[in-house]
Unconditional design. Structure first.
Length: 291
């Protein structure tokens, strides 16, 4: 029986930049890096089939094959649904979304092969597809869950109407949702999206939790730096702690692969923020007080 790790780590490790990390290209070096992160209690590793044009999953899989004992200690998240122009087999070479039964089923099987595992904890649809047949897509996901290939299905960047249409066609619930969320992009907290995610029982995962660096620049960056310095934290860690204070305890997905930075963020992201500080940072980020 496969046991899925809990979502109590302060963040997940995003593998988008793995192919650009020269020190982690050798399987042994990457295996050492993965083991060190697991020893720190960081068990979630986030992938997608478009990261490095599938190369990031391949690199990760080579490390797991070299050191098989690691696979049972970690939790894997991966995604499909975005077809890049280079991967489009039509005459148009057009970027598009594909949530068809055939594409999703094949994507699950090939992700398992690239990662060198028999089970992926969370498999997400990367973007909402206007052409999605909820029944066909839902069947592909249900079948994969029942076959033990994936632990749960989820979505990324969906609006409630789209994920509820999919969920209504499935036997198994959607368990996770990746959405853009940070101090620099707090809109989901006020337009109902975040409430819908946690209200429907989906584990929120925040991609771009530092706003692509926007949180660390300008007036917000200065305020984070000053408040973090008083608390003995990093500005980035304080921004992650702001996210983790939300109901539902969103799991930020960070992009750094640098061991020293990860260690710093690991301690800082666990910092408990008081309500006044939380709202002060929100006000600084938005440039106005709440209504």
């Amino acid at each position: 029986m496969h046991t899925t790790p809990a979502f109590d780590a302060p963040f997940a490790l995003g593998m988008m930049n793995l192919g650009e990390a020269p020190d982690l290209q050798r399987p042994a070096a990457l295996a050492d890096w993965i083991e060190a992160r697991l020893d720190q209690g960081l068990v979630w590793f986030d992938h997608a089939d478009i990261y490095g044009n599938r190369h990031c999953e391949v690199l990760f899989g080579e490390a797991l094959r070299l050191r098989p004992g690691l696979a049972g200690r970690l939790g894997l998240i991966t995604k499909t649904g975005i077809v890049t122009p280079e991967r489009d087999t039509s005459a148009f070479g057009v970027k598009h979304y594909n949530s068809s039964h055939a594409h999703v089923s094949a994507a699950i099987d090939t992700a398992l092969k690239r990662l060198g595992v028999e089970h992926i904890e969370h498999f997400l649809l990367h973007r909402p597809d206007p052409l999605m047949s909820a029944e066909a897509t839902g069947q592909a996901l249900d079948d994969a869950i029942e076959a033990g290939k994936i632990g749960a299905a989820g979505v990324s960047n969906f609006l409630p109407e789209a994920w509820r249409r999919l969920a209504s066609a499935m036997h198994h619930p959607l368990r996770a949702h990746q959405l853009q969320l940070s101090l620099a992009h707090s809109t989901p907290l006020f337009d109902g999206l975040y409430d819908a995610v946690i209200g429907d029982g989906q584990q929120p995962m925040a991609w771009s939790p530092l706003g692509g660096g926007a949180c660390l620049s300008g007036a917000l960056g200065e305020r984070l730096e000053s408040l973090a310095a008083v608390r003995g934290l990093s500005a980035a860690g304080l921004a992650l702690a702001w996210l983790r204070a939300l109901p539902g305890r969103p799991l930020p997905v960070i992009g750094s692969l640098t061991a020293s930075r990860i260690t710093q963020l690991l301690d800082d992201a666990r910092h408990d923020l008081d309500r006044a500080t939380w709202y002060h940072l929100l006000e600084t980020a938005r440039g106005h007080e709440v209504a």
